[in-house]
Design a protein around this ligand. Structure first.
Ligand code: NAG
Ligand code: NAG
Ligand code: NAG
Ligand code: NAG
Length: 433
């Protein structure tokens, strides 16, 4: 009896080992693929966040199941609007069972005249639930060359989230080295209840590189490589007529949409803003209590619009209490010295930024959502607003004509030592100096 059990267990263990090894082999090798017994299609995993679509000018970026659209596959892509052609998708299961289908291409409406623009390539295949990877091609059936595929994300709906608040910072580029403002902003967000800051990195300055490496080690920052300049001539501006280039503002509209899908089942809320902007609750102590109250009052809202307010970096606070010697040698703007706010102008559009429930957004722009499932709510100025320290928009105004707004000072006690610690850990400030 005892021996029977032993051999039974032995067989079980051997079987389990066999399966584990088989799974390991598969996970290990999806990069070569081609299991010719099943299918002669050769695919390899895309190695960049931007992957050229063969025999076209277009690029694919990332792929997601959209459970709101009947579980269809959406491939966020960058499409050359002037060279449209039919596109096809090939999607495969983990067993390398592949199918091909036609696609719909939805070019987002906010292209501002640029030839390349973010688009959703929607795979019209049936029974896509088991697919784990997908690629877009210009031919209805693939040749025997090797093709690069994207892993399919968001395959499972989650009702619980790893993060409550994620900030999506679009596009870091050039030799941007505004370290002090970056550190102050990230530390402010931590105090306000944010657990994750996502940064799409094309390039950055040397000191900011050190700070970001520190935050990446700490776990708050997620860096997504964004080598858009190796594929296209990205525009530094938002309007094709004025700024030229292939694609709007280093591909900002692609990264914002990518970020929403990437965090759809990871984060309860997503904040879409630039790094020089802090979405600050004024009526509540932090983002969790702000959003609890707003969401209780407006249960069907998925897009919350927050007013942007300019704090000119040219106007300094008089007492000099935050002109700290520790920060003298740190490059960048010290937001705590800039407490003067420009008045809102009648007849001038105030471009807002957003806090969204990502599961209620289908396509986003910078200042509004293009397609969403719920309602939109304009959050009043006294409840929450953006503190945006930058070059003035109304530079002719004197200090006396600006409003004093010291909200950031409320966080002084924790903010100042936290910023120092971050700078020290980054090797930008000597400890106890
Ligand atoms: C692909 O197919 C063509 C002919 O259809 C053949 O000449 C070529 O050798 C094949 N290439 C590979 C890598 O199998
Ligand atoms: C998110 O908020 C909930 C409810 O307020 C809380 O229980 C949970 O710990 C928070 N999660 C994180 C990651 O902070
Ligand atoms: C940002 O991208 C540049 C260019 O690829 C790279 O050299 C740098 O290390 C990246 N920075 C971070 C913090 O990942
Ligand atoms: C200021 O920074 C420079 C270069 O980053 C460094 O060599 C110097 O020691 C720093 N000075 C102080 C007082 O921290």
């Amino acid at each position: 009896e005892h021996n029977k059990w032993k051999s039974f267990l032995g067989i079980c263990i051997i079987n389990i080992l066999f399966f584990v090894l088989m799974l390991a082999y598969r996970n290990w090798h999806p990069d070569y693929t081609s299991m010719p017994i099943y299918n002669k299609l050769k695919i390899s995993k895309a190695s960049h966040s931007i992957t050229p679509i063969k025999d076209s000018q277009h690029f694919m970026v990332s792929a997601f199941i959209d459970h709101r659209l009947d579980g269809t596959i959406r491939v966020i892509s960058i499409i050359d609007r002037h060279n449209l052609q039919p596109l096809y998708c090939a999607y495969c299961t983990i067993e390398h069972d592949c199918k091909e289908a036609e696609t719909d291409v939805w070019i987002h409406s906010d292209h501002f005249g640029f030839p390349f623009h973010v688009s959703d390539v929607i795979c019209k295949g049936k029974h896509v639930q088991d697919a784990t990877r997908v690629l877009i091609s210009t031919k209805p059936s693939l040749d025997n060359e090797t093709h690069q595929y994207l892993p399919i994300q968001n395959r499972v709906i989650s009702e619980t989230f790893k993060f409550n608040f994620t900030v999506c910072i679009s596009n870091l580029f050039g030799d941007y080295n505004n370290v002090l403002q970056y550190a102050q902003t990230i530390e402010m967000y931590k105090l306000l209840g944010v657990q994750r800051v996502v940064i799409y990195n094309t390039s950055c300055g040397p000191d900011l590189e050190k700070l970001l490496k520190h935050y990446e080690r700490e776990g708050i920052v997620e860096i997504v490589p964004w080598p858009i300049d190796t594929f296209l001539n990205p525009s530094p501006g938002w309007n094709f007529k004025e700024h030229k280039g292939d694609i709007h503002y280093y591909g900002q509209l692609t990264t914002l949409n990518e970020c929403i899908y990437r965090h759809m089942y990871q984060s309860k809320y997503v904040l879409l803003n630039d790094i020089d902007e802090i979405i600050v609750p004024y009526k509540y102590a932090n983002l969790p209590s702000l959003m609890k109250n707003l969401q209780d009052e407006h249960p069907n809202v998925g897009v919350f619009l927050i007013e942007n307010h300019i704090f000119p970096k040219t106007q300094f606070e008089d007492s000099g209490r935050f002109k700290r010697p520790e920060w003298r040698n740190i490059s960048g703007i010290n937001i705590m010295e800039h407490i003067y706010r420009e008045p809102a102008r009648k007849n001038v559009f105030n471009p807002k930024k957003m806090i969204v429930n990502p599961r209620m957004v289908e396509q986003t722009s910078v200042h509004s959502s293009l397609k969403n499932f719920g309602e939109t709510y304009h959050v009043p100025f006294d409840v929450c607003r953006i503190v945006h320290v930058r070059v003035p928009l109304q530079g002719h105004l004197t200090k006396e004509q600006l409003a004093v707004d010291k909200k950031v000072w409320d966080f002084e006690q924790e903010l100042v030592p936290n910023v120092d610690k971050a700078l020290e850990s980054s090797g930008l400030l000597r400890p106890n100096s």
